[in-house]
Design a protein around this ligand. Structure first.
Ligand SMILES: *Cc1c(COP(=O)(O)O)cnc(C)c1O
Length: 805
C-alpha cells in the first residue's frame, strides 16, 4: 500500500474503501480517504515495532489511564510521518482546502483536562523514543460533553465523536475478555473462589500511536463494554422488543460516558465499575501476552512496567494479586511482591476531597473478593510496620490513594513542589515508612504537537536558526540563546507571533463575531474552570481595570484582550457561576464605547485540544494563577512558555520550575507561596481585610453586587460575592493586590515592544526541558527500568515515504 503516491492512494480509498467518487465526495469522505491513505503509511512500522519487541523479549510499559485526551489524529500522523508537503500538494491538486479537510476531524475528547492530555503526550513520546508500550483505557462512546452558552450559562450536550467513521482504530475481535461484578466468594477445595453475578465483555479497539519520523508506533488499546450474549431472539419473537435489547443496553452503559469531573470523587457505582472494567481487562491482556511469550510468573516485573495514572486504576493492586494468587496459585506474599514489582502510581492531587475513596459496602457488593484481598494486603503491610499507623480502610471506606501507594514500588508526583508537598502532607506517614518510594517526574508536553505542528511559523524560524534537531531533543532550543540579542531573529520571532495573532483575530471575527486588535496584548487563561485555578481572580482584575479606564479614558492604557476558555463539571455549581459571570462581564465591557478600545473579554465555548492548538501560538500572556499548593503541575503553562507567552503566575506546580529556567525577569510572579497560603487561612477575616485594604478590589466586588453585569437580576451573584468576601478558601481577595500589580508590570513590559519580544523568545529558548520526552526518560530510569528498542532496527524498518524513491 505504500507503493503509490498519496494522491493516488487517496483516490483509491475514496473509490474502493468508501465507495464514493470524486464528483460526489463530501469533505468528510475526503478526510476519511486521506486518513486511510496516511494510515497505510504507518501500519508496517507499527507491526515492525511489535515484532522487534518480541524478538528481543523487551520489557514493555503499560500505561493505565481512565483518560486519553488525544485530540485530532490525522494532522499528528501527517506531521510525524513528515507528509505535510505531500499531503498539501495532493489535496490542493484535488481542488481541496487542506486546512478545512484536516479540521473536519472531530476531537477525540476522551479526557477532562491535564491528566488525560498528559497520557496522550506520554504515548506520543514513548513512540518517539522507541519504547515498547501500550496505553490502556476506555473507548467512551461519548467523550467529554460539548459546551455551549445560553445567556452566558454553560449548556452541556453529548459529544458524539464516534457517530462518524473513525479511521484510526481497529476492532480486535480476537481480543475480548469476560469481566464480572458482584456475586459472592465461596470456598471450593479449600480455596476462595469468586462467582460473579453480572458479566460483560471487554472488547479491544486498537489505535496506532506514531512517533516522530514514523520510526516506531505503539498501541493505544481502548476497551468497549459489550453484552456477553447477543440478542435475545426468544424475547424478540414474543414481541418483547425493548426487553430483548436490554442486556445490550445495560452492558454498553459501562463505556458510555466519561465522567466529566477529574477532581472530585463521583460516588457512583458506575464509576467504580468503569475503573474495574478497564483495569481488569488490561491486566488480563498483559498476563495473556506474558504467558504466550513464556517465562516464570515471578519474572513478570522484568517484563511489565504498569503505570497507574492517578488512583482510577488502583484496583489493579488487588486484581493482579487475585490473578496471581487465586487463579495461578502463587503464594499470597509472593503475589503481593510480584504485583508491587510491576506497579507504580502517579499522584495528581493533594486535595483531600479529590483523593478517591470507596465505601466498603460498595466495594464488597461489587468486588467481594477484592475487598477481602484489600484486607489481606492491609494486614500484610501492617505486619511489616512496627507502628501500624497506616490503614487502607477506615470510616467504612477504602482509601484508594493509600492502596495505590502500598501496592506500588514507586509513587511519583508531577512537579518538584507537588512531590515535596506530597511527602509532607497526604502521604507523610507512608513516606516515613517507605522513604525511597516517592520520586518526582515533572510533567512535560510533546513538542511535535505543541510546537512543531501547532505553530508552524515559529517552528520554521527555529529550524532555520538551529536546524531540526530540536524536534526530538527539545533542550537544543538553548542554541537559540545567542539569537536572543540578534535584532533580525527577534524581528522574525515577533513577526511570527504577530501573524499568529492576526490569524486568531480573523477567526474570532469569522466564528464568534468579535473584533479584536491584533496589536493588543492577548492575555489567555484556558483550562478547566475550578475555584483553585482562580478564573474569578482574573475577571475581578478585568472589572477593576475597566473601572480604572472609565475613570481616566485619556490614560495611557495598554490594550488587552482577555481570552478565557474551559469547561466546568456539570455538577460544580460555583464553577458554572464563574463562567456565567465572565460572560456577563464580557457583554457589558465589550459594548462600552468608552473602554472597548482598551479592553475586551472573550469566553470561547467548548475548550478542547484543537482550540488550545489555535490559541496558544497566538498568546502573549499565560495566566497560571492558582492558589499556591493546589495545582499539582500544570502542563498548559509549559505549552505557553514554549510558544513564547511569558507567564503571570504564582509559585505553584511546575510554574516554579518554569520560572527557574526562563529566569525571574521573564516571568510575572505574584502572590503568596504555599506556606504563606496556610498561614493566611488562619487569619480571621482575611478576605474582609484584603477588601478593606484595596479600593480597586472593593470597587470591583461592589460593581458585581449592585448588578452592573446582571441588570435584570441584580442579586444573581450574591453567592459569589458572599463566598469571596467570606470564607474565600482559595484566597482570591488576599492575592488580588499582588495580582493587580503584576498585571501592571506586564503592561509596562508589553509597552516596550523590544523588551517584550526578547522576553517571549527567552521563554521559548529556555523551555526545552519541558518536553514529555524528558519526562518519559525520567520514568524509564527511575521507575520502569526499561530501555528503548528502536536502536539498530531503524535500518530494518521502512522509513516512511521511502518507497517514493
Ligand atoms: C494542556 C491542556 C490542559 C491542561 O491545562 P492546565 O492549564 O495545565 O490545567 C487541559 N485541557 C486541554 C485541552 C489541554 O490541551
Amino acid at each position: 500500500m505504500t507503493d503509490v503516491d498519496l494522491r493516488t492512494s487517496i483516490l483509491r480509498h475514496l473509490t474502493y474503501s468508501l465507495g464514493s467518487d470524486a464528483d460526489h465526495a463530501t469533505q468528510h469522505d475526503w478526510r476519511i480517504a486521506l486518513s486511510l491513505a496516511v494510515r497505510d503509511r504507518l501500519i508496517e512500522n507499527w507491526h515492525a515495532a511489535s515484532r522487534a519487541t518480541r524478538a528481543v523479549g523487551a520489557k514493555r510499559v503499560y500505561y493505565l489511564s481512565m483518560e486519553f485526551l488525544i485530540g485530532r489524529l490525522l494532522e499528528d500522523a501527517i506531521v510525524n510521518l513528515r507528509l505535510e508537503d505531500e499531503a498539501q500538494q495532493a489535496l490542493t491538486g484535488l481542488g481541496l482546502d487542506p486546512v478545512a479537510v484536516i479540521q473536519d476531524e472531530p476531537d477525540a475528547a476522551l479526557g477532562n483536562g491535564g491528566l488525560g492530555r498528559l497520557a496522550a503526550c506520554f504515548m506520543e513520546s514513548l513512540s518517539t523514543l522507541g519504547v515498547p508500550a501500550f496505553g490502556y483505557g476506555i473507548r467512551y462512546e461519548h467523550g467529554l460533553f460539548r459546551q455551549s452558552f445560553e445567556e452566558g450559562r454553560q449548556i452541556e450536550t453529548a459529544e458524539d465523536w464516534l457517530t462518524q467513521y473513525h479511521a484510526w482504530e481497529f476492532e480486535r475481535r480476537d481480543v475480548r475478555f469476560k469481566m464480572c461484578f458482584g456475586g459472592e466468594v465461596v470456598e471450593e477445595g479449600g480455596k476462595p473462589v469468586w462467582h460473579g453475578q453480572e458479566a460483560v465483555m471487554a472488547q479491544a479497539y486498537d489505535t496506532p500511536v506514531i512517533g516522530w519520523r514514523g520510526r516506531w508506533a505503539n498501541t493505544l488499546r481502548l476497551w468497549s463494554a459489550q453484552p456477553l450474549h447477543g440478542f435475545d431472539l426468544d424475547r424478540f419473537n414474543r414481541g418483547e422488543y425493548a426487553a430483548a435489547a436490554e442486556p445490550e443496553a445495560l452492558a454498553r452503559t459501562i463505556s458510555r460516558v466519561l465522567y466529566p469531573d477529574d477532581t472530585t470523587e463521583q460516588g457512583k457505582e458506575l464509576r467504580l465499575k468503569q475503573e474495574y472494567f478497564f483495569t481488569a481487562a488490561s491486566l488480563r491482556d498483559i498476563l495473556r501476552r506474558f504467558e504466550a511469550e513464556g517465562g516464570a510468573l515471578t519474572d513478570l516485573p522484568k517484563r511489565a512496567a504498569i503505570q497507574l495514572n492517578d488512583t482510577h486504576p488502583a484496583i489493579a493492586g488487588p486484581e493482579l494479586v487475585r490473578l496471581l494468587h487465586d487463579e495461578r496459585e502463587m503464594p499470597l506474599d509472593q503475589a503481593i511482591a510480584t504485583a508491587r514489582g510491576c506497579l507504580s502510581y502517579t499522584n495528581h492531587t493533594l486535595m483531600p476531597e479529590a483523593l478517591e475513596r470507596w465505601s466498603e459496602d460498595l466495594m464488597t457488593s461489587l468486588l467481594p473478593r477484592h475487598m477481602q484481598l484489600i484486607e489481606r494486603i492491609d494486614a500484610a503491610h501492617a505486619a511489616e510496620q512496627p507502628s501500624r499507623s497506616v490503614s487502607l480502610t477506615g470510616d467504612g471506606e477504602v482509601r484508594m490513594g493509600e492502596l495505590a501507594f502500598v501496592m506500588a514500588h514507586k509513587v511519583n508526583g508531577v512537579s518538584a513542589l507537588h512531590t515535596d508537598l506530597m511527602k509532607k502532607t497526604v502521604f507523610a506517614e507512608l513516606h516515613r515508612l517507605h522513604p525511597d518510594r516517592i520520586v518526582n517526574e515533572t510533567n512535560g508536553v510533546t513538542p511535535r504537537r505543541w510546537l512543531l505542528s501547532a505553530n508552524p511559523r515559529l517552528s520554521g524560524l527555529i529550524t532555520r536558526t538551529i536546524g531540526e534537531g530540536w524536534v526530538d531533543d527539545l533542550e537544543q532550543l538553548e542554541r537559540l540563546e545567542p539569537s536572543l540579542t540578534d535584532p533580525a531573529f527577534l524581528d522574525a520571532y515577533a513577526a511570527a507571533k504577530r501573524a499568529n495573532k492576526a490569524d486568531l483575530a480573523d477567526w474570532l471575527a469569522a466564528e464568534h463575531g468579535v473584533q479584536v486588535d491584533p496589536d493588543a496584548m492577548f492575555d489567555v487563561q484556558i483550562k478547566r474552570i475550578h475555584e483553585y485555578k482562580r478564573q474569578h481572580l482574573n475577571i475581578l482584575e478585568a472589572i477593576a481595570l475597566w473601572r480604572d479606564i472609565k475613570a481616566n479614558p485619556q490614560g495611557n492604557w495598554v490594550p488587552r484582550v482577555k481570552i478565557f476558555a474551559g469547561k466546568a463539571a456539570p455538577g460544580y455549581f460555583f464553577a458554572k457561576e464563574i463562567i456565567r459571570l465572565i460572560n456577563d462581564v464580557a457583554a457589558v465591557i465589550n459594548s462600552d464605547p468608552e473602554t472597548n478600545r482598551y479592553l475586551k473579554v472573550i469566553f470561547l465555548p467548548n475548550y478542547n485540544v484543537s482550540l488550545a492548538e489555535r490559541l496558544i501560538p497566538a498568546s502573549d500572556l499565560s495566566e497560571q494563577i492558582s492558589t499556591a499548593g493546589k495545582e499539582a503541575s500544570g502542563t498548559g503553562n509549559m505549552k505557553f512558555a514554549l510558544n513564547g507567552a511569558p507567564t503571570i503566575g504564582t509559585l505553584d506546580g511546575a510554574n516554579v520550575e518554569i520560572r527557574d529556567r526562563v529566569g525571574a525577569r521573564n516571568f510575572f510572579l505574584f502572590g503568596m507561596t504555599a506556606d504563606e497560603v496556610e498561614a493566611r487561612r488562619a487569619v480571621p477575616e482575611h478576605a474582609a481585610q484584603a477588601i478593606a485594604a484595596d479600593p480597586r478590589l472593593s470597587g470591583a466586588l461592589m460593581e458585581i453586587s449592585r448588578g452592573t453585569f446582571s441588570r435584570r437580576d441584580r442579586h444573581r451573584y450574591r453567592g459569589v460575592v458572599a463566598n469571596l468576601s467570606g470564607a474565600d478558601y482559595f484566597l482570591v481577595c488576599s492575592d488580588f493586590t499582588a495580582y493587580w500589580d503584576a498585571q501592571r508590570r506586564a503592561d509596562a513590559a508589553f509597552a516596550d515592544a523590544d523588551a517584550w519580544r526578547r522576553m517571549a523568545a527567552c521563554n521559548t529558548a529556555r523551555s526545552g526541558w519541558f518536553s514529555s520526552d524528558r519526562t518519559i526518560r525520567g520514568y524509564m530510569a527511575d521507575i520502569w527500568d526499561v530501555v528503548a528498542v528502536r536502536s539498530g532496527l531503524d535500518e530494518a524498518m521502512q522509513p516512511p515515504g521511502s518507497s517514493l524513491g
